[in-house]
Design a protein around this ligand. Structure first.
Ligand code: HEM
Length: 131
């Protein structure tokens, strides 16, 4: 049994959301191989991501990671359409588990961050199709 971080204790709704979301991501045919290859310590990931979303949603919670560097470092495993799949699962899970106003904020944040990450990982390969 893993001990919960204080952020997880203070934000039980987000802790449960994060666990449910990654449960779905790990069961998704497109996303599962990336998580299986990259994440060995799931309790650590849950703690970090609960802190990340607490900071995003409530301006509280501890997060000291580097999402852009982390996703760039696994660029070889990622494809642009994975971000659409990630967002679809996130929107589904937040709609089901959070009050509507929180779900709306979480979804808007995720969409914006996904765009930043996608651009950081793929650069013009995504938006340069019109050229
Ligand atoms: C293609 C879709 C995505 C995949 C497959 C993916 C996968 C992963 C994996 C495997 C890690 C662990 C990296 C490591 O431990 O080295 C990670 C970390 C993380 N991801 Fe994603 N991710 C995706 C999109 C997103 C999006 C859209 C967000 C936020 C809205 C996000 C937020 C984070 C954060 C905050 C971390 C922790 C980074 C750190 O501090 O080390 N990810 N992701």
């Amino acid at each position: 049994m893993q001990s919960l971080s204080s952020t997880q204790q203070k934000h039980p709704d987000l802790a449960a959301l994060v666990e449910a979301f990654y449960g779905r991501a790990r069961a998704d045919a497109m996303l599962a191989p990336v998580f299986a290859a990259m994440i060995g310590d799931w309790p650590h990931h849950f703690r970090a991501l609960t802190g990340f979303w607490a900071a995003q949603l409530r301006g509280r919670g501890v997060y000291r990671g580097q999402p852009i560097a982390a996703h760039r470092a696994m660029a070889a495993r990622l494809r642009p359409e994975m971000f659409d799949r990630w967002l679809a699962l996130w929107n589904q899970t937040t709609t089901q588990m959070m009050p509507p106003e929180d779900a709306a904020i979480l979804q808007a944040r995720a969409a914006r961050i996904a765009e930043v990450l996608r651009h950081a990982v793929f650069g013009d390969a995504v938006s340069g199709d019109q050229a």
